[in-house]
Design a protein around this ligand. Structure first.
Ligand code: ADP
Ligand code: ADP
Length: 225
């Protein structure tokens, strides 16, 4: 089965549809970006994949299992939020350890996985820093590490680089691509930036007015005539 499968997924708020009839299969190991203007339904679609938002109709499957009605610990996804949603007064290591503690992972294993994650997201030596005392780029890396440390099948990223300045964004795009390639996981990221979608992903889901307009490789979508 594909890593993520959406079957005629819709979300209605009041009288209007935020997402309308999206059907899509995301292959395992791919890096997909959901691209489109503000208000087109990108975040709602991502939140339905994560299980935070329940579809009005249709189904969402991760590795062949429906996320609808599943408890949070049963869903094999992790989310990197736009505003990072870290604990500012806790240390980098404590923030990384959070999801493992929630899952009652043994202390020795947590210590070892936090150490490995500090390396992966280029924060070696920063474990004891409080999140309130690190830079925006470093906070972004903590948010990424906190999601990855639980070893989800699918990593979801909601405008992950939106708060960073251009130079840092370019650097983090490269780091994200490297981490994706090294881990071989499925990444699904929301962006309104076409350049970013082209740089990051091997498939782009173009949304407009709640509908999926196109879903293809950058080469096929933007091939010169
Ligand atoms: P995007 O991420 O592309 O900016 P969203 O998925 O956030 O788009 O929103 C799509 C549409 O759904 C917008 O018109 C938005 O106002 C509406 N919407 C999103 N979430 C809610 C909500 N919780 N209640 C009501 N309307 C919502
Ligand atoms: P608490 O004080 O809430 O018990 P800790 O500060 O001991 O939490 O850290 C939480 C987890 O992160 C622990 O599993 C610990 O082993 C690990 N850890 C703490 N500091 C570091 C660090 N500097 N480098 C790597 N791992 C760390």
């Amino acid at each position: 089965s594909p890593a993520v499968e959406l079957r005629a997924v819709s979300k209605i708020y009041g009288a209007s549809a935020a997402v309308r009839g999206v059907t899509m299969e995301i292959p395992r190991g791919s890096f997909v970006t959901i691209l489109g203007p503000s208000g087109c339904g990108k975040s709602t679609l991502l939140r339905m994949i994560s299980g935070f938002v329940t579809p009005s109709s249709g189904d969402v499957m991760i590795d062949g299992a429906s996320v609808i009605g599943a408890a949070p610990y049963e869903r094999d996804t992790a989310m990197v939020f736009q505003d990072y949603a870290l604990f500012p007064h806790r240390t980098v290591a404590q923030n990384l350890a959070f999801g493992l503690r929630m899952r009652n992972v043994a202390k020795a294993e947590i210590a070892q996985r936090v150490e490995a994650m500090l390396d992966l997201v280029n924060l070696r030596g920063f474990g004891d820093r409080r999140v309130s005392q690190i830079s925006g780029g470093q906070a972004q890396r903590v948010a990424l590490g906190r999601a990855l440390i639980v070893r989800p099948a699918v990593l979801l990223l909601d405008e992950p680089l939106g708060a960073l300045d251009l130079k840092l964004r370019k650097q983090m795009q490269a780091e994200l691509k490297t981490i994706h390639r090294d881990l071989g996981l499925t990444f699904v990221a929301v962006t309104h930036d076409q350049e970013e979608a082209l740089t990051l992903s091997d498939r782009i889901a173009v949304m407009n007015g709640g509908a999926l307009e196109q879903f293809d490789t950058p080469e096929n979508l933007y091939r010169r005539p």
